[in-house]
Design a protein around this ligand. Sequence first.
Ligand code: ATP
Ligand code: DNN
Ligand code: MG
Length: 252
Amino acid sequence: MQKGLFITATDTGVGKTVISGAIAAALKRRGINVGVVKPVASGGRVNTSGQPVSEDATFLMAAAGMAEERRQEVNPVCLAAALTPAVAAAECGMTIDVTKLITACRAMLNQSELTVVEGVGGMAAPVWKDYLVADMMLELKLPVILVVKPNLGTINHTVLAAEYARQRSIPLAGIIVNCWDEAAATVLERSNLAYIKLLTGLPVLGKFPSLAGIPAGQASMVALGQAAEQHLAIDHIIGMMKGEDCPCFRQS
Ligand SMILES: Nc1ncnc2c1ncn2[C@@H]1O[C@H](COP(=O)(O)OP(=O)(O)OP(=O)(O)O)[C@@H](O)[C@H]1O
Ligand SMILES: C[C@H](N)[C@H](N)CCCCCC(=O)O
Ligand SMILES: [Mg+2]
């Protein structure tokens, strides 16, 4: 059985990479052989050889303790333009072979005890032509966690994302609220959380804090893993990754 998790969000820039990295770092801290995949990235930093390099993949590899040599396995496709992958690829005359992305995810799932897959943008972001992130989720059949913001507008974004998942028959396993500040939370954030629970009926698997400066150094990855242990339901997430008792796809 392929054991892992797919991380999506209500939008780009909500915190998929930070949450994926935090979960990977927590698993690594527990001695688990954790794999990470960012099957397709866009907005890559162009290196001195003119190649786009995914900073998301760099962060995830640091969190999972994976060496630079494994970059291709972690991130087989990286595009330079900060556009949805379908457009970023077309802009530079490339085509995206979606089977290559699925194969990379399955390869990592097969060789790791537990694997965290980070999507790109949100569920309806076009990966190639009319193939969306949601189609990738349907092929991989992994439990899906939706990362959301705590601030104004998040009720609508979260409910729309949850409804879209239902419409596409993607069972969401839970929600993580990112950049939650418990001490500063007012009626705004608290009512957002209450409404998100009420209107989606989904479990909130954690409220992750804003961490000051998240560099990809090894020391900060230990701190990231500790933060995940403290603020996320890691035992439950591990159970879910193993296919235990959650409203996930039936795994084979
Ligand atoms: N909990 C956090 N604490 C501090 N900074 C954060 C946190 N979560 C996200 N950020 C910062 O917010 C920005 C966006 O986060 P992140 O890159 O994880 O989003 P994303 O959903 O992965 O975006 P993309 O769609 O580009 O992959 C980054 O600069 C990141 O470092
Ligand atoms: C460039 C950015 N950081 C992501 N890699 C791509 C986000 C695609 C979003 C597409 C959309 O929903 O409009
Ligand atoms: Mg990211």
